[in-house]
Design a protein. Structure first.
Length: 382
């Protein structure tokens, strides 16, 4: 039996390397390095970077998606073989480590060819040795995460409870803002979210499937840039709330951040998948207006809804033509070119829109109302 002290972890890695006949690393379920065996001198840059960073480097993560390796690994209980040589990385034999039906980690051995029956048996024996060690580490880590999430939840609640939680944690002094993160699509595990939170320099926690970070704010533009870069790396939808002077106002910042994430998710990425509340505040207010109108049984689209229904019933494109015309600053030739129609066809469609729904572009107030309702329509789309 091994425990998770540094000496025992090293001894475990040595035992596994001896059984398999190859240098190995052991990772947990979040792709964090647990330990590694000596004898890595003839390994590759990916292995060196893994050991130095104590986790799988971002530039090598796309390899895990080749042939759905990450999905296969999460659902397998038998050794896998992955030949990465086309990407300049040596082949690996990979052994999932499971406790019952739960994946708790994996063993990665650098091997020149697919593992032999003896190596496969050795990998399976090694997984049995490592499983209790990783299970204990993960149980402890998740307990710590749960306690931290409870403290972060209190912090994000604002008011007196936030001040009390801040004394326990505590956040960085000075102005603060909340960043909310959610996957844009269901993921096989919470790893992308955990990895993103680990890369942020602040208090972090997972609450109800979302990730939250309380970050110090020295420069709002820099913070927004950091969050956009985070989205680019992870694909998570990210929202930044308002800056508040201290913990007691963090509930408002969290509400902002949640609102931004909901807006960006609703827009399906068309408005960008990372934003600061100040940059999307108007759209967020419009979205709330749409929700309130829907709840009250009103249609906020008015005549736009009539034209949309006309198009749907007759197979015409009056509404999209009108929206394109306004989107390009009422340049009929440009709009027609983008719609792949003749300018006269576009002008005919605009006249028909006026005749059918009374949409008068000659009246500035009416045109503003049309543009507003078109934006409301976009905010109702999935």
């Amino acid at each position: 039996m091994y425990d998770d002290s540094p000496d025992d972890l090293l001894a475990l890695a040595n035992s596994i390397a001896g059984l398999v006949g190859a240098p190995v690393t052991i990772e947990d379920d979040a792709s964090e390095l647990i330990t590694y065996s000596p004898g890595q001198e003839n390994s590759d840059d990916a292995r060196v970077a893994m050991i130095l960073n104590r986790r799988v480097p971002e530039r090598y993560r796309p390899l895990l998606r080749n042939d759905r390796l990450d999905v296969r690994l999460a659902g397998s209980s038998a050794p896998l073989y992955a030949d990465f040589r086309a990407s300049g990385v040596l082949p690996r034999a990979i052994m999932p480590i499971r406790v019952d039906d739960l994946s708790v980690g994996s063993i990665w051995a650098i091997v020149p060819t697919a593992p032999s029956p003896e190596q496969r048996a050795a990998l399976e024996e090694s997984a049995a040795l490592a499983a209790p060690v990783l299970a204990r580490r993960i149980a402890r880590r998740r307990g710590e995460e749960a306690r931290r999430a409870a403290a972060v939840r209190a912090l994000l609640g604002g008011g007196a409870a936030a001040v009390e939680a801040a004394a326990e944690l505590p956040p960085a002094p000075g102005p603060l803002a909340v960043v909310a993160l959610r996957p844009s699509a269901p993921a096989p595990s919470g790893e992308p979210l955990r990895r993103a939170l680990a890369g942020l320099d602040g208090l972090t926690g997972e609450i109800d499937g979302a990730g939250y970070a309380v970050l110090p704010v020295r420069d709002e533009q820099r913070l927004a840039r950091v969050v956009r870069e985070l989205h680019d790396r992870t694909g998570l939808v990210a929202g930044v709330g308002r800056t508040v002077p201290g913990p007691e106002g963090l509930d408002r910042s969290r509400a902002d951040a949640d609102l931004v994430v909901r807006l960006l998710t609703r827009l399906g990425g068309t408005g960008g998948a990372a934003a600061h509340i100040r940059d999307v505040h108007l759209d967020a207010l419009l979205m709330q207006t749409v929700d309130l109108a829907d709840e009250a049984g009103h249609d906020p689209l008015g005549a736009i809804a009539d034209l949309e229904r006309y198009d749907r019933e007759r197979g015409t494109d009056l509404l999209d033509s009108l929206a394109r015309y306004l989107a390009v600053g009422e340049d009929a030739r440009l709009a027609a070119r983008q719609l792949h129609i003749h300018p006269n066809t576009l002008r005919y469609r605009l006249r028909r829109a006026h005749e059918i729904a009374g949409l008068d572009l000659a009246d500035p107030a009416a045109k503003f109302e049309i543009q507003l309702r078109l934006r409301l329509r976009a905010l109702r789309l999935p």
